[in-house]
Design a protein around this ligand. Structure first.
Ligand code: CA
Length: 236
């Protein structure tokens, strides 16, 4: 899961970034509204945490610009004052949720999980596909009731695929969800983690759509899915 953090307060931004990284989010942190606008134009995020009082371009203008371009990235607004006017303006400009400073980091994380879940169209906090259940709050994955141990990156990749369960995910989109800017991306990283996930969850759990990317299989962990799906060792 990749999150854009827009906060000009160095101390607060540092704390939020550290907290979100501990929760295994890939975090890009920018400190002014213009940088936020550019980041949102050029990258895909699972969510954005947006301060309203920002240099160069205020948070409301960033939000209006984003929605004006038809971009539906979930946005959680941070307001400095507990005033109704600020909250109403934020929600009217297209914010999905808000928090008033000072806030608890645990609450921020819970609200982000809820935003990302709602954006995926899932009403339940638990993501399910076939026998596999993923509980974002506990970061727990089970298959047929048994807990499956996953590394942080395997988990991040699986979470991305299960959040977009009926969509094709390109390798670039999956890489984006794994890394923040500047992090080293090796050319076959996604393939390696997909391979690990198939070993742990069943070879048909994730389909390769040759030339495009990956998608959850129709029959999770069961018999062969067939159709146009092709596994890694089919001839190119
Ligand atoms: Ca500020």
């Amino acid at each position: 899961m990749r999150v854009l953090l827009v906060e000009d307060d160095a101390l607060l931004g540092d704390g939020i970034q550290a907290g979100l990284r501990l929760a295994d989010y890939a975090v890009d942190w920018v400190r002014d509204g213009e940088a936020a606008r550019l980041a949102l134009q050029h990258h895909e995020y699972n969510a954005c945490v947006l301060d309203l009082g920002l240099p160069k371009k205020d948070g409301l203008a960033v939000l209006k610009d984003l929605r004006g371009r038809g971009n539906a990235t979930p946005v959680l607004v941070l307001t400095a004052r507990d005033t109704h006017a600020d909250k109403i303006a934020g929600l009217d400009a297209g914010a999905d949720d808000y928090l008033t400073k000072p806030f608890d980091l645990g609450e921020l994380q819970a609200r982000l999980r809820a935003l990302i879940r709602r954006a995926s169209g899932a009403a339940s906090p638990v993501l399910e596909h076939g026998e596999v259940r993923l509980e974002p709050a506990a970061k727990r994955v089970t298959r047929d009731g048994e807990t499956i141990a996953l590394s942080a990156r395997e988990y991040a990749l699986l979470h991305d695929l299960m959040t977009h369960r009926n969509q094709l995910r390109t390798r670039a989109q999956l890489e984006d969800s794994l890394y923040a800017w500047g992090a080293e991306v090796e050319s076959n990283t996604v393939e390696v983690y997909i391979h690990h996930l198939r070993k742990k969850l069943g070879s048909d759990f994730i389909r390769t759509v040759r030339g495009f990317g990956y998608q959850l299989g129709e029959k999770a962990g069961g018999e062969s899915a067939g159709g146009e799906s092709a596994d890694g060792d089919a001839p190119a």
